[in-house]
Design a protein around this ligand. Structure first.
Ligand code: PHE
Length: 452
């Protein structure tokens, strides 16, 4: 391993930065909705099994590749594959990260706008007003682009300060803030009249809703939520030290990610149920349903409503920002190492190109822009191509790479920190990477295209 390569300074820094990548919009806007739709606690149980059986082993695999490759994701794969065709998986991970960065920034920019709108009290009004606010904002040709650029400016600023002074410092500040905000909002939501109905709904297992869709939904959610297959885990692992225990780190990060997702559910459902609104999914949940919930739930205490709304969007913004930083870093590391330029120059390339992608995605949402491909606006298109096509393909080959291709000794060395740690599940781990994970991912893909 090269001596000068940047590294994280502490164990806490590693957990905070990597959990920062994992904890994102997927935890807050997708998980609660999936749980509500797919049988409450029954879904949560299946999800937990997916995280343990598939998510954590895949995370460990990305850590193995990243730490052993000690370079950006593309070069790490190239090194471990001795330049054979397997290196394409690394390049594909970088490309997926690149494409996701642009559109993830657009949604993150929306969150930032809503922080601003909360501060200014712009979201107060009846449901029709709130809906109209979102439609007008998201279709405006300028405002969302402005916020996308603003969020890139913040990300860029953090990235150019390097791994330890930028990413690690920022994560150590932002992640604890995020937890505190989350806990405060959960408590505020639970104090609302009728909140217990929401908790009951979320925690009551309904096994009658469990079918193959639910299993595959849990699997897809688990991969997305843990940031598997986009180079983020691999890139961050290249900054781990030789003493980092990658197995326990993966377990801790998986646990934090799960806790945030559960707490998000325990915040959104009680609040929504207390005013009799059924939570929606995706953008409409975050940007239309929830402002209404806050307005109605706290109509008797407007100042509290103002504070909760502000805290919620700040929480969302932090969750999105730490994920965006990890996506940006995948590409920054790629450009500066492959083009032999400075870190700053690499970061500029990513920022400029991703700003352009983000701006195009943002503009294409407006009805009149005419900017679309295959009948989808660019935001949906990027989401589909990366999330539903590229991610599973990359994940599938990553499992085969670790399970079948790379020398077993490398896996053993990485799991035991060159013989200094005990790791008794080696055979089980290899079995999971060889058979269980690839077959499950294959099932997700076939299911997505209606084959099974
Ligand atoms: N894991 C993030 C979330 O839950 C999404 C993400 C995926 C972020 C990949 C970075 C990289 O929202």
């Amino acid at each position: 391993m090269s001596e000068e390569r940047a590294s994280f300074g502490s164990k806490l820094g590693i957990i905070m930065a990597t959990a920062g990548s994992a904890v994102g919009l997927g935890n807050i806007w997708r998980f609660p909705y999936m749980t509500g739709k797919n049988g409450g606690a029954a879904f949560i149980l299946i999800y937990i099994v997916c995280v343990i059986v598939l998510g954590i082993p895949c995370m460990i695999s990305e850590f193995i590749i990243g730490r052993h490759g000690a370079a950006n994701t593309a070069r790490a794969y190239t090194r471990l594959s001795n330049g054979t065709i397997w290196k394409l998986v690394g390049y594909l991970e970088v490309l997926t990260g690149f494409l996701i960065t642009g559109y993830y920034a657009v949604i993150s920019g929306w969150c930032l706008n809503y922080v601003y709108a909360s501060v200014m009290g712009e979201l107060n009004g009846d449901p029709a007003f709130v809906k109209n606010y979102f439609v007008e904002f998201s279709q405006d040709p300028i405002r969302p682009v402005f916020w996308t650029i603003a969020i890139f400016a913040i990300t860029h600023f953090i990235i150019i300060h390097g791994v330890r002074n930028g990413i690690e410092k920022a994560s150590k500040l932002m992640m604890p803030t995020l937890f505190v905000l989350l806990l405060v909002i959960v408590v505020a939501a639970w104090m609302l009249p009728g909140a217990s109905k929401g908790i009951d709904f979320l925690l009551k297992p309904d096994f009658s809703k469990v079918n193959s869709d639910v299993f595959l939904g849990a699997l897809g959610q688990c991969f997305y939520s843990l940031s598997i297959g986009m180079g983020c885990l691999c890139t961050y692992a290249s900054y781990f030290s030789r003493h980092t225990n990658i197995t326990t780190s993966a377990i801790q990060i998986g646990f934090v990610d799960l806790m945030v997702a559960l707490l998000a559910g325990l915040m959104i459902f009680p609040a929504a149920f207390s005013v009799g609104i059924n939570p929606d999914s995706g953008p409409s949940l975050i940007f239309i349903t929830l402002p209404n919930v806050f307005n109605q739930a706290f109509s008797g205490a407007p100042l509290l409503g103002w504070a909760v709304s502000l805290m919620f969007y700040a929480l969302l913004f932090l969750a999105a920002l730490t994920s965006l930083i990890s996506l940006h870093e995948v590409n920054t590391a790629f450009f500066y190492e492959e083009l032999h330029i400075s870190r700053k120059a690499g970061a500029w390339i990513v920022t400029v190109f991703c700003c352009i992608i983000g701006a195009l995605c943002s503009i294409s949402i407006g009805h009149k822009s005419g900017l679309s491909l295959f009948g989808l606006d660019l935001l949906d298109l990027f989401d589909f191509v990366t999330g539903q096509l590229m991610l599973p393909v990359v994940g599938f080959f990553m499992c085969l790479f670790v399970g079948w291709y790379i020398p077993k000794q490398i896996v053993i060395d990485e799991l035991t920190n060159w013989g200094t740690l005990k790791f008794s599940f080696y055979k089980l781990f290899i079995f999971v990477m060889r058979f269980v994970c690839p077959l499950c991912i294959l099932a997700i893909m076939l299911h997505q295209f209606g084959v099974i």
